[in-house]
Design a protein around this ligand. Structure first.
Ligand code: NAP
Length: 656
């Protein structure tokens, strides 16, 4: 009998073969040494419950954020948790499976905080839209879920903090337990102060609820660590891209907020004939981009900061701004690997990614205070970040009322010289700016028009502050040293739409740059007429300071009136006579016609421009017309206009 059977020989050969293969080839089959992917997408997991369990977190702070403020507040709250011996994580509802909220009680002493901003006319922010839809439709059971909400909004808007109020109410309806009252942040007043005051009360309440004690640890905690790169290939370094590396050189549709299109500027002209302001008309060429838009949509542009301010920060802090760096999150489980695209240089970060012109919030002052070597300066910074009445007043006058940006603060506090990487960690992201599109895609399918006023003012400290985006746009001439000047942009859809039926009359009220969307509307009504469509009355109320100075688009508007596209062009010149004449005065003057259009002919009303005063005054004028000509009481008139709003026949595109 053979010592080895055929099967044994076969198995032996197989094992020996595998052993030789392993010895020779193991180097090749070994996984490539771990390379940290820059794109957060690759490491994303949608279960926040699993993540919380894995990382020992008990507090999750969700943010509905459009301009970054709610996200900032959310980060601050999640960092705060540490001071109270708890662990928090900030989370974007768009990135997680929100139906898991009902599982939160699986985690001991758990709490969900929501920082919810309201956008536009009571709308959710883009990143909280799905969560909002789900809350509305769903019938989840949140028994045992503990929560609190901080709302961010602006009182000058009709639907003040609608989102925060809704989430607060809806979670309770679904069985969750509110452990602290809804916080109301008003950006028309002092949003930062509202937040700080709410937070001061909120944490002691949380401690009491969970029976924990504050650790009293007030030290600042770094979230990112600095890595300086000395030998990185230049092709691997971000130079201002918002999303994908090299996306500005290698443009690929579809274009959106994470992948903006670099639109060449084809026209940039001054609109006003006189006066010391600069009102401008820009045209962005979108040929070949496959970008589509509708009249009433907004165009978002990513501006860059003034190079003078950027260089000056480098000088004051004595750093080489061209150092190539990464700021890497110390929490390896976080979805957010870097505070802005990295690797990058300090110069790129300060130019493209960080907000260096808005007055810094109190948490930035608090964290930076440790670097002020002069005791008085340090004390004042700490005071401004505290919730004491004296501290709040100092922050209000020294930072907000004086419009001090980070550079002004560094200049005026000579002992404050923080490491630049910590400063870059703390500053908020530079945000895209939105403009109401001033063209119709029916007439201009390949270009998007912008109408804007260049912002420039002197501050109490004698410095001249310049609006980031408008000054940058002003400098964007169609040919810039033989190169085409371009603007990174994308479209944001809006609800501000012409009536579905072209036969419906429209009443448009848009003083100043509020004329922008109506240029698109009027062009579109003209185009419809050219197509042989029946078009209802098209009435415009426009207002400016002086007829000979800032009557924007005068020639175009008068031409539209001549050809009958505009059936009535009413212009209020506010400063051409002793007493002010505003759009609402002209509305009242033609009240019979206005009431007939609204009440009998189903007109749609549109308001665009300043939210703080104009939109409110115009709304009051409509109340008065409804009272007077409809024979209604004030309450009935208010109800009448509010019903028009609900039906989508009274729309606003306003800013403050
Ligand atoms: P503007 O030229 O300053 O004003 C247009 C016309 O509206 C002027 O005749 C002005 O009159 C008049 N007006 C002032 N108060 C009014 C009121 N309560 N009701 C009706 N009309 C009124 O307009 P603008 O430069 O386009 O700016 C309009 C507002 O929007 C400003 O407050 C501006 O700061 C703001 N804005 C904000 C943004 C943004 O994105 N946040 C962008 C652009 C403009 P008088 O000046 O003679 O009183």
């Amino acid at each position: 009998m053979p010592f080895f059977s055929n099967l044994d020989i076969f198995l032996f050969s197989l094992i020996a073969g595998l052993l030789v293969y392993w010895l020779i080839f193991r180097k090749k089959v070994e996984p490539i040494p771990e390379f940290k992917k820059l794109d957060a997408q690759t490491t994303r997991e949608t279960s926040f419950i699993d993540k919380m369990k894995k990382t020992g977190k008990n507090i999750v702070v969700f943010y509905g954020s459009q301009t970054g403020t709610a996200e900032e507040f959310s980060n601050r709250l999640s960092k705060d948790a540490h001071r109270y011996g708890m662990k928090g994580m900030s989370a974007d509802p768009e990135e997680y499976d929100m139906s898991e909220l009902s599982r939160l009680p699986e985690i001991e002493n758990s709490l969900a905080i929501f920082c919810m901003a309201t956008y536009g006319e009571g709308d959710p922010t883009d990143n909280s839209q799905d969560f909002y839809d789900w809350l509305q439709e769903g019938d989840a059971d949140f028994t045992g879920v503990k929560y609190t909400v901080f709302a961010l909004g602006n009182k000058t808007y009709e639907h003040y903090n609608a989102m925060g109020k809704y989430v607060d109410k809806r979670l309770a309806e679904l069985g969750a337990q509110r452990i602290f009252d809804l916080g109301m942040g008003d950006d028309d007043g002092n949003l930062e102060e509202d937040f700080v005051s709410w937070r001061e009360q909120f944490w002691p309440a949380v401690c009491e609820h969970f029976g924990v004690e504050a650790t009293g640890e007030e030290s600042s905690i770094r979230q990112y660590e600095l890595k300086v790169h000395s030998d990185l290939n230049m092709n691997k370094i971000y130079t201002g891209e918002v999303g994908r590396l090299k996306s500005f050189e290698n443009q690929k549709p579809p274009f959106d907020s994470k992948n903006p299109f670099l639109a060449p500027v084809s026209v940039n002209r001054k609109l006003n004939k006189a006066g010391d302001r600069h009102l401008m008309h820009l045209e962005l060429d979108i040929t070949g981009s496959k970008i589509r838009y509708e009249s009433g949509d907004h165009v978002a542009v990513y501006p860059i900061n003034d190079s003078v301010i950027v260089s000056r920060i480098g000088e004051v802090l004595g750093v080489d701004l061209d150092t190539v760096i990464s700021l890497n999150n110390l929490d390896e489980e976080s979805n957010k690997k870097h505070p802005f695209p990295c690797p990058s240089t300090y110069r790129t970060a300060l130019t493209h990614y960080l907000d260096i012109t808005n007055p810094p919030r109190t948490n930035v002052l608090y964290e930076l205070a440790q670097y002020a070597t002069e005791p008085k300066e340090q004390e004042n910074m700490r005071k401004m970040a505290s919730s004491s009445p004296e501290g709040k007043a100092l922050y209000q006058s020294w930072v907000l009322d004086s419009c001090r940006n980070i550079l002004a603060i560094l200049e005026d506090l000579p002992s404050l010289r923080p490491p630049i990487d910590h400063l870059c960690e703390l500053l908020p992201r530079l945000q895209a700016r939105y403009y109401s599109i001033a063209s119709s895609s029916k007439v201009h399918p390949n270009s998007i028009h912008i109408c804007a006023v260049v912002v420039e003012y002197e501050t109490k400290t004698g410095r001249v502050n310049k609006g980031v985006a408008t000054n940058w746009l002003k400098s964007k001439m169609p040919t810039d040293n033989g190169h085409k000047a371009t603007v990174p942009m994308y479209i944001r859809k809006s609800q501000f739409r012409l009536p579905f039926k072209s036969t419906n009359p429209v009443i448009m009220v848009g003083p100043g740059t509020g004329i922008a969307p109506f240029m698109g509307f009027v062009q579109e009504r003209g185009w419809l007429k050219e197509q042989g469509k029946e078009v209802g009355e098209t009435v415009l109320y426009y207002g400016c300071r002086h007829k000979n100075e800032d009557f924007l688009y005068q020639e175009e508007l008068e031409e539209f009136e001549k050809t009958g596209v505009l059936t009535a062009l009413n212009v209020a010149f506010s400063r051409d006579q002793a007493e002010k004449v505003y759009v609402q005065h002209l509305l009242k003057k033609s009240k019979e016609a206005v009431w007939r259009l609204v009440h009998t002919d189903n007109a749609h009303i549109y308001i665009c421009g300043d939210a703080r005063n104009m939109a409110r005054d115009v709304q009051n004028a409509f109340y008065e017309i409804a009272e007077e000509l409809g024979g209604l009481s004030r309450a009935q008139a208010v109800d009448y206009i509010k019903k028009l709003m609900t039906k989508g026949r009274y729309s606003q595109d306003v800013w403050s």
